[in-house]
Ligand binder design. Structure first.
Ligand code: GLA
Length: 393
């Protein structure tokens, strides 16, 4: 756990004047490979990271949510009987959105005083929003004395994004935030929700996350556009091949090439990315199982190229950062991670080269872009859960 829950409890007491009774946490994630595949019912291979969001709080007897975001130094209130978005304080939407979906499931959701604190970098492709949703869910589960099954918990978080926030995102971020395990990545089939925890056990390599420090622009509209373009490709595949497949997951590259002449260039390339990325993710699982950093790195590089050329979700800064990484000694592979359009890269780096890799990466990135980037080194972390508070003082 990276955020100090007792620090959060103190901050809660100093703001609300009472001691918190409950605490929950959930991690951010980095996706190793399997990008923009989840909403196509495909495969993903993320791991939870040692950056998390903590919520401490105290249930109330009424329907009021009094919320404080300690990092932002912001406070807000929401009525649980109204459950509307707050354009001025969008961070509250994740909390109210989780409550809203719980109401739809007829779960007991009472009001609460709660404080949010964390260290998941925001807006960088490391899923700070999923961490907030999953921490909120654990908080409400504790307060209401119920527990959702893990896949249902992740789907609830996805519905918050889809219904409350209007983003057509898939299930990856919430799933890994809920189900992560220390020292393991998670291979997930986003159709069946079958998953396998794959040990991250390279003798000589580790993951380095590098942040372009560039805020993601217009992500929501471009993301939803990609979802639609995948749908267009499926429509053509379905009607031309006469197969029933409802998602790109159901098609092979040969199917796509068979219908290429009936597809516009853009949906063709989007589909080619998704179909080949699913294949790479299955291969990456094998490489991880075998502790084969060379093979995994090569797959990460190929994924990045496909995201840059076919899916067009990288940015100049992401391309510069990944390009420099690949030229540095000890780098097995580098790729953008998350939705894209800015944010972070993930790099697989030889352990004994890590320090020089990080220094040189940041130095050359700054000299080429004028921007000061950041690096984070994280072992795979545990998923969401409750946290014990020190006895009230
Ligand atoms: C965002 C979404 C995920 C996934 C990734 C891209 O993180 O929330 O569902 O689609 O983008 O792989």
């Amino acid at each position: 756990m990276s955020t100090d829950v007792n620090h959060a409890a103190k901050a809660f007491k100093s703001y609300f004047g009472i001691t918190p009774l409950l605490a929950a946490r959930a991690p951010g994630r980095v996706n190793i490979i399997g990008e923009h595949t989840d909403y196509n019912d495909g495969f993903v291979l993320p791991m939870a990271i040692e950056h998390d969001t903590v919520i401490v709080g105290r249930p109330r007897t009424d329907k009021l949510l009094r919320m404080r975001a300690e990092n932002l130094d912001l406070n807000a209130e929401a009525r649980l009987d109204a459950r509307v978005r707050n354009a001025d304080q969008p961070w509250t939407d994740y909390l109210v959105g989780v409550a809203d979906e719980l109401f739809k499931l007829d779960k007991p959701v009472a009001g609460a005083d709660l404080l949010v604190m964390g260290d998941v970098p925001v807006g960088c492709g490391l899923s700070s929003s999923a961490a907030l949703e999953m921490a909120a869910l654990v908080f409400f589960e504790q307060a209401g004395a119920f527990k959702l099954e893990d896949a249902e918990a992740a789907r609830l978080g996805q519905r918050v994004e889809n219904n409350f926030l209007g983003l057509s995102t898939g299930i990856m971020d919430q799933f890994i935030s809920r189900c992560g395990r220390e020292n393991h990545a998670l291979f997930l089939d986003c159709r069946s929700y079958d998953f396998e925890r794959v040990p991250v056990a390279f003798d000589d390599a580790l993951f380095v996350i590098a942040n372009t420090a560039c805020p993601r622009g217009l992500t929501a509209s471009k993301y939803n556009e990609r979802v639609r373009e995948c749908g267009q490709a499926v429509d053509v595949l379905k009607s031309m091949l006469g197969k029933g497949g409802a998602k790109l997951r159901d098609y092979e590259l040969a199917d796509l090439l068979d219908v290429q002449e009936y597809l516009e260039d853009v949906p063709f390339r989007r589909a080619r990315h998704v179909i080949t990325e699913n294949a790479r993710t299955l291969e990456a699982r094998e490489a991880m199982r075998a502790g084969d950093a060379e093979s995994l790195g090569a797959l990460m590089n190929a994924s990045d190229e496909s995201l840059r050329i076919d899916y067009e979700v990288t940015s100049r800064e992401l391309d510069v950062l990944a390009g420099i990484a690949r030229e540095l000694p000890g780098c097995f592979g580098a790729r953008m991670t998350g939705a894209g359009f800015g944010g972070c890269t993930v790099n697989l780096v030889r352990r004994d080269r890590t320090a020089s890799f990080c220094d040189e990466l940041l130095r050359r990135y700054a000299s080429e872009t004028g921007i000061t980037g950041e690096v984070y080194i994280s072992a795979p972390a545990a998923g969401a859960g409750s946290v014990a508070l020190q006895s009230a003082s």
